[in-house]
Design a protein around this ligand. Structure first.
Ligand code: GTP
Length: 896
């Protein structure tokens, strides 16, 4: 040992620093402060001094401690072979040993002095085995012959070894305790737990040692014998630690092997887990170590169990599912799912969604059970839980009106005039607010106006699935007449099957010509009542207010014709008209109640947002407590801003609202891709439902009116009794956002003839996956639509007999049952084709082949003039003389 400071020495010998300084002073040594260095020679001097002092003060030794307890802590580190890809784990095993030596004096009271006299110095008898032992021996040597030194004065091991006089050891260890503590077995719990039996083993060993010592304490065995025993014990402890380390290593290896096997199984499309049902054990199939391990008592502790059988999971598959979600549901890696998809010929990425059918095939291929789930079913189920089952009587409700028309024909002026005169009038002091919609009260009833004029907004709302509008007012400036957007407005309203009322505006102007308007509109099939049509035409002025009352009355009449009704009682539902985030009030949404009555304090779900209605306001900013059908209302308290066009409904509690909101969010995420496929030209056929006339909707935009007409008529002429070609809208000019929205809302295909889509339309087309086709040759357009319609025609199934075999003999096979020995008399017999069994030219069975053999070999095809053995699947009644007819079914595409 090198030189130490006084402080360090005090720590080593575990005595107070002051006491050591005093002893150093007494011994006449130079060190006086705690930081003074004390050399080896000085330590020896101190030892000599202490010995002398003890020799003098023998009488005092009675008061000195009679036992010396030595403790030793040993930490062994083991490296665990890691699983590839993870860090190496280090396991520390801490061994604590404690030895207590009793002074000769104490022993003398119980032991024979003779035994003590016979004792020999241990150092001479056997070599020091371990460092711990060395320390013990040295400490023993450091003890005075006659009496044990107090611990505080025991000189550290190495110094003492240099002591000139080596006295025989007289102390008998009274206690010998070992403790093996497993620490830091990280991160694998099992490994730490595995050490437990070893710990117990060591504890048992320590007990045994104690027992030996306790056996005859009075006899005081031969010190060397005791020493020997102790050394043996220590060696055993060392060995046991080594064994523990070996065991841990083996376990790690086993675990690695298990993981490797699991990986192989995964590659083999099976998953295994702890909760798998256990296979019956094979006799002698287990490695001896495993057997030992499984038979070892674990006292209820968790133990790693070898997975032994594949888990078949029940995987619910919605209409579309993300590859990552599917992998999660099957508890397999995404890469594996992608790999499997590739095998099916589908290239998909982790964030791509796949359709239900593909997912089902995949799940079944991977050994699990697929349960198909329709999103609508799921939502319906949740909604059924969310809403009260009770039905309420339906009562007349106010119409919801949208105003459309060409630019500057007076839409805003009309809305403003009505609001100004009608809304504010009834609410003295109220501040009119633009909340997206407002209601007007008349003597005959109320009318609700949507505050976003124009067909673009109307169709955009429809494109979002919200068919709110009951009546459309087409505003035409009487001085200007029918303009392109007037026509568009009409087409959009028609596409939505919403009745029209024409308001001929600016009648106060001298050049107003309502007849011209009526005439122009009649060209596009909007016929006034007075001209024998069914459309109400009204002459108004948004400036003077002329005819506005009549307009509102006309709306009321229209409502009566339409018999608009809704239940007033019951939980409310409706559509979000608009929403915004208010600095002080949070999410604010204007909703239009369509059914039931919304009350303040109710829990509502709006699209993907939900919340309790904290407050409700009408269009005048006045707080209201409830809102019935056709009433627009601003609500506070939602978790976020819903989208205009989202459906809202009152639900029973927050949990349901939350679940539904989450479900919708997930659905939106996964169905985005699917929605994009909805109206593709080549997908139209798949949308056709059996028995119904399919319709192919088109939105056509062309460069000139002439080509529009030509295209429109030739495309409509392609209609068949099974497929109707419908031009939802045809116009001249580039494809704009409105066209795209219309195509989306009507599930139509966009056709651009010598025109292109503008940037906004392109974005929408791309986002929503609208099917857009550009043409510059009219016949190309016609041909493509024709082909698509051909696809929509149900294909013809044609059947063709490809071969005939005669049964000449019948054998019984344990594997296939009855096997018919046949001669192929016509064509050929193919194994994978369907067959019929004929008896006297009458079909007696239709099915498939189970086996087809020539001699002992399985074959796929047998030609005419050859003999073969045919096993018919699920049919054992073949007789000699029967004929087996092989046929083929082919789908023949119908063309126009
Ligand atoms: N003389 C007269 N002018 C009117 C009448 N209605 C609207 N105007 C005027 O026509 C212009 C356009 O009116 P708006 O209400 O903004 O027309 P709009 O259809 O809403 O126009 P956009 O919002 O641009 O589509 C304004 O200058 C109005 O003052 C009317 O009945 N008589």
């Amino acid at each position: 040992m090198s030189d130490q400071t006084v402080r360090q020495l005090a720590e080593v010998v575990r005595i107070p620093l002051e006491r050591l300084l005093e002893q150093l002073k007494e011994a006449g040594l130079s060190a006086t402060t705690p930081d003074d260095v004390i050399s080896e020679d000085e330590k020896l001097k101190l030892l000599t001094h202490l010995r002398k002092r003890h020799g003098k003060d023998e009488g005092e030794s009675k008061a000195a401690p009679r036992r010396v307890t030595l403790e030793r802590r040993k930490v062994i580190e083991m490296k665990q072979a890691s699983v590839p890809g993870t860090a190496t784990k280090t396991i520390s095993v801490e061994v604590r040993k404690k030895k207590t030596y009793i002074s000769k004096r104490e022993l003398a009271e119980t032991a024979e002095p003779k035994t003590v006299a016979q004792s020999q110095p241990v150092a001479e008898e056997k070599p020091v085995v371990t460092a711990a032992e060395a320390a013990v021996v040295v400490e023993q040597q450091a003890q005075p012959v006659k009496a044990a030194e107090p611990v505080a004065e025991a000189v550290p091991a190495v110094e003492a070894q240099k002591a000139p006089t080596v006295e025989p050891v007289v102390e008998v260890p009274e206690e010998y305790e070992e403790e093996v503590v497993a620490v830091q077995a990280e991160p694998e719990e099992e490994l730490e737990l595995e050490l437990a039996p070893v710990v117990r083993l060591e504890a048992a060993k320590a007990k045994e040692v104690k027992k030996i010592k306790a056996e005859k304490p009075g006899k005081a065995k031969e010190p060397e014998e005791v020493k020997k025993k102790m050394t043996e014990k220590e060696l055993r402890v060392e060995e046991s630690i080594k064994r523990t380390a070996e065991k841990v290593r083996q376990q790690a290896q086993q675990k690695q092997e298990t993981l490797h096997r699991k990986k192989q199984r995964d590659d083999g499309l099976l998953t295994e887990g702890r909760d798998a049902p256990r296979r019956p054990k094979k006799k002698g199939g287990k490695a001896p170590q495993q057997q030992q391990r499984s038979s070892a008592p674990h006292e209820g502790k968790h133990q790693f169990e070898m997975p032994s059988a594949p888990i078949v999971k029940e995987v619910t598959i919605p209409e579309t599912i993300l590859v990552s979600d599917l992998a999660n549901k099957m508890s397999v890696k995404v890469a594996l799912v992608i790999k499997q998809l590739m095998k099916l010929g589908i290239m998909a990425t982790i964030n791509q969604s796949i359709d239900q059918e593909t997912a089902v095939i995949l799940v079944e291929e991977m050994g699990h059970k697929a349960v198909m789930q329709s999103d609508d079913d799921l939502e319906r189920e949740m909604l059924a839980e969310a809403q009260a089952e009770e039905t309420f009587p339906e009562l007349p409700r106010a119409p919801i009106v949208t105003i459309m028309g060409h630019v500057d024909h007076g839409k805003t002026s009309l809305l403003d005039y009505i609001r100004k005169t009608r809304v504010a009038a009834g609410e003295a002091g109220g501040i009119t607010q633009h909340i997206g919609a407002y209601q007007v009260k008349t003597d005959h009833g109320s009318v609700t106006f949507l505050d976003t004029p124009g067909h673009a907004a109307f169709t955009a709302m429809r494109a979002r699935g919200a068919d709110l509008t009951d009546v459309v007012i087409v505003v035409v400036a009487a001085d200007d007449g029918v303009m392109p957007q007037t026509k568009e407005a009409v087409e959009h309203a028609r596409a939505a099957n919403v009745p029209i009322i024409v308001a001929m505006n600016k009648m106060d102007k001298p050049d107003a010509n309502p007849d011209k308007v009526m005439q122009e509109l009649s060209v596009i099939n909007v016929l006034a009542e007075e001209w024998g049509g069914d459309v109400q035409f009204l002459k108004i002025s948004a400036k003077t207010g002329q005819g506005i009352d009549d307009l509102i009355e006309a709306l009321i009449v229209q409502t009566e014709i339409l018999e608009l009704k809704a239940p007033i009682e019951g939980p409310a539902s409706g559509i979000v008209v608009e929403s915004r985030l208010d600095k002080g009030r949070g999410a604010v949404a204007t909703i239009l109640v369509q059914r039931g009555t919304l009350e303040s304090g109710q829990m509502v779900l709006c699209g993907q947002e939900y919340g309790r209605v904290r407050a409700m306001f009408n269009e005048n900013g006045k707080a209201i407590k409830e809102a019935g059908p056709s009433v627009p209302v601003e609500i506070l308290g939602l978790s976020g801003t819903p989208n205009a066009g989202d459906e809202f409904l009152v639900v029973q509690n927050e949990r349901i609202a939350k679940d539904l909101a989450k479900h919708r969010e997930e659905r939106k995420r996964t169905t985005r891709h699917a929605a994009q496929q909805a109206s593709k030209l080549d997908e139209v056929f798949s949308r056709m439902t059996a028995g119904e006339t399919a319709s192919l909707n088109l939105v056509i935009k062309t460069d000139v009116q002439g080509s529009l007409e030509a295209l429109r008529s030739s495309l409509v002429d392609l209609s068949t009794p099974e497929v109707e070609v419908k031009v939802v809208y045809g116009g001249v000019g580039g494809i704009n956002e409105g066209d795209a929205n219309l195509a989306l809302a009507s599930g139509a295909i966009l056709i651009g003839f010598n025109v292109r889509a503008d940037a906004t339309a392109r974005k929408l087309i791309e986002d929503k996956g609208i099917d857009l086709h550009y043409y510059s040759v009219i016949y190309e357009a016609i041909d493509e639509v024709k082909n698509s319609i051909s696809g929509m025609l149900a294909p013809e199934i044609k059947e063709q007999i490809v071969g005939l075999a005669e049964v000449r003999d019948v054998f019984r096979s344990p594997k296939f049952g009855a096997v018919a020995g046949c001669m192929v008399v016509e064509g050929f017999v193919k194994r994978n084709l369907p067959i019929r069994v004929l008896r006297e030219n009458v079909v007696i069975y239709e099915g498939q082949l189970e086996s087809l053999r020539r001699f002992k070999d399985d074959v796929s095809e047998v030609k005419m003039g050859m003999e073969c053995g045919i096993g018919v699947k699920n049919y054992n009644d073949v007789k000699v003389g029967d004929q087996i007819e092989v046929f083929e079914r082919t789908e023949v595409k119908r063309v126009l």
